[in-house]
Structure formats: structure tokens, C-alpha cells
Design a protein around this ligand. Structure first.
Ligand SMILES: Nc1ncnc2c1ncn2[C@@H]1O[C@H](COP(=O)(O)OP(=O)(O)OP(=O)(O)O)[C@@H](O)[C@H]1O
Ligand SMILES: [Mg+2]
Length: 298
């Protein structure tokens, strides 16, 4: 109990018609980066809002850093950094003015931490927020979540909207706060987006937790897919019989090959032809979840 940053017991938010989250028993250990995955409408944001007492549970409890989410919500929010999914900022203020305002409300925020975060994420601080691009607004959201150096960060889709270089800086930041002992819970739609930074993952489906496991266990059942663009159409039959290959789809010179295990056989077969480009395809969470159960990992 003392070791977990977040514990929920039978946590429910019932919106009716089967919408919401149901019977959630979740345990996030102190010091881990925990990924919360699920498709649109799965209940990720609802869960994160319940943890911060922004909405009230229909049943069950959540304990966050030892605080009851409902009874001790003020103290809890003081100690947590939160990035909401639908970020509402002050459109007329500059980023710098908005952050200074939020810092004054919190109290005890070191302005140097804020400036360091802004530099690392290459945030735009001197323009009115309404003039900023989506990604640059997201950076302000991240800075306000991290600026008081909280022990726990709850981040709703932090990576959405960030370009690849900023994503890399953000990942580095997550690793640093973990090294300093903080805990991070972050939501996402895809395994690919979070697998490099998270220790463990949960998959939420229609409001229910269906998988909680380490990234490596989930990765081992996930199917990899490559889109290979050839110089000319290639016979898909050459790929169908290869070891590990599960499916091959052809569309003109573009072949999509899904396989488990090593990519070696697929790449060697592809190399016999002119290859213009190779792109990894995003994993399908539903497929990962189904294979996870079939493989008996659960
Ligand atoms: N205030 C509300 N009133 C009624 N239903 C709601 C409310 N908020 C969310 N829902 C419903 O609860 C379910 C879960 O929504 P939630 O926003 O938690 O999903 P999500 O996993 O965050 O999805 P996304 O990936 O699209 O952000 C959805 O079916 C949604 O329509
Ligand atoms: Mg959401």
C-alpha cells in the first residue's frame, strides 16, 4: 500500500448506456512509468479525471499518493502534476504570463525550473496563446504539469501533437523524473508511442481493464507489420510461406507484411527486389489484446 502511487478499488463512473469506466482495480507502483492505453472512448480520460476528483465516482475508491481522491482532493492535487486531455488555457495571455499565473496560484514554484522546461521543449513563451499551434500549446500544458516538480504526473495523451524531436525531449524528461523518484501515469492510443518509455502498460477496452503487463510481455505477443514499397508489383506468394509471416496484403507495388518474431526472413525476401521504402505500421491494440489472451499470457 505504502509502495503504490495509485490504487483503485472497484472504481466506477457509470454514464449510462454502457459508457464510462467499470470495476477498475489498478495499481501503479511508486517510481514507475505506467502507460494507459485504449481506443477512443475506452475511458482513459474518465479514469484520470476520477483520480484527480474532477469528477466523482459512481462506486469504488481511488487512493493517490496515500490520499483518498474524494476526501483529500485538495492536498492530492497540490502534489500531482496533471495534463488534461482537453487543455483549456487563457487565450489572451502569453505562455509566460499564464505559467506565472498558475505558479502563483500553486505557490512555491521555482521560476528557473519553468524556464529550463521551456528551453528543453522549445516552448514559445512570448506570444499570446491563441496564436500558438496545437503542439506549442501542448508544451505549455506539459510545463505547467512539471513545473512544481511533483512526485506524481498524470498526463492525458501527452505525446499527441508533439513533433518527433520534441517527443524525444519529452521522453528524456520522463526518464529523468523517474530517476529522481517520481511516478508517471500517461495515456495513449498506441503501443508504439509509449513502449520506449513505459515500464508497464494497461489496456482499457469499453471501460474495463483487460490487460496489465510489462511492455516486454505485450511486445512479445504483438504482431509487427511492415509496409514495403517496391519499384514494381511483387508476387505476394513469395512472402506468404516465410517463417513467422501471418498475413500479406498487396496493393500495386505496396506490400503490407504482418509477422511475429524476427523481421529477418521478410527483409531478406524483400531485398531480392528493388525496395523504394519501408515503413513500420502502427500496432492495432485490439489485435494485441486478442493475441495476448490466445497466447495464454493472461
Ligand atoms: N460527461 C460525460 N457524460 C456522458 N458520457 C461521457 C462523459 N464523458 C465521457 N463520456 C463517455 O464515456 C466514455 C469514455 O470516455 P473518455 O473520454 O474517458 O474516453 P477516452 O478513452 O479518453 O477516449 P479518447 O481516446 O477519445 O480521448 C465514452 O463513451 C464517452 O462518450
Ligand atoms: Mg481521452
Amino acid at each position: 500500500m505504502g509502495d503504490s502511487a495509485i490504487t483503485t478499488r472497484g472504481l466506477c463512473k457509470d454514464y449510462g448506456s454502457g459508457n464510462g469506466v467499470f470495476d477498475l482495480d489498478l495499481e501503479v507502483a511508486r517510481g514507475e512509468i505506467f502507460g494507459f492505453l485504449g481506443p477512443n472512448g475506452a475511458g482513459k480520460s474518465t479514469t484520470l479525471r476520477l483520480l484527480l476528483d474532477l469528477i466523482r465516482p459512481s462506486a469504488g475508491t481511488a487512493t493517490v499518493l496515500g490520499f483518498d481522491s474524494v476526501r483529500d482532493s485538495l492536498e492530492l492535487r497540490r502534489q500531482v502534476g496533471f495534463l488534461p486531455g482537453e487543455l483549456a488555457l487563457y487565450p489572451r495571455l502569453t505562455g509566460r504570463a499564464m505559467l506565472a499565473h498558475l505558479a502563483a496560484l500553486r505557490g512555491g514554484v521555482d521560476p528557473r525550473v519553468r524556464e529550463r522546461l521551456a528551453a528543453r521543449l522549445e516552448a514559445v513563451l512570448d506570444r499570446p496563446i491563441r496564436e500558438l499551434s496545437t503542439g506549442n500549446r501542448q508544451k505549455l500544458g506539459l510545463i505547467q504539469a512539471f513545473m512544481h516538480e511533483p512526485q506524481l504526473l498524470i498526463l492525458d495523451e501527452p505525446i499527441a501533437g508533439l513533433d518527433p524531436l520534441v517527443q524525444a525531449s519529452f521522453h528524456e524528461l520522463l526518464r529523468e523524473v523517474r530517476a529522481a523518484g517520481a511516478t508517471v501515469l500517461l495515456s495513449s492510443h498506441t503501443l508504439a508511442e509509449v513502449e520506449r518509455v513505459t515500464d508497464r502498460l494497461a489496456i482499457l477496452r469499453e471501460g474495463r481493464l483487460v490487460v496489465v503487463d510489462s511492455v516486454s510481455n505485450l511486445r512479445s505477443v504483438a504482431v509487427a507489420s511492415l509496409e514495403i514499397e517496391f519499384g514494381a508489383p511483387v508476387d505476394p506468394g513469395q512472402f506468404r510461406g516465410l517463417p513467422g509471416v501471418l498475413d500479406v496484403q498487396a496493393a500495386g507495388p505496396l506490400l503490407t507484411v504482418s509477422f511475429e518474431g524476427s523481421a529477418d526472413a521478410v527483409l531478406k525476401a524483400a531485398a531480392a527486389h528493388e525496395v523504394r521504402a519501408i515503413h513500420p505500421r502502427e500496432d492495432d491494440l485490439e489485435e494485441i489484446f486478442l493475441r495476448y489472451y490466445r497466447s495464454g499470457s493472461a
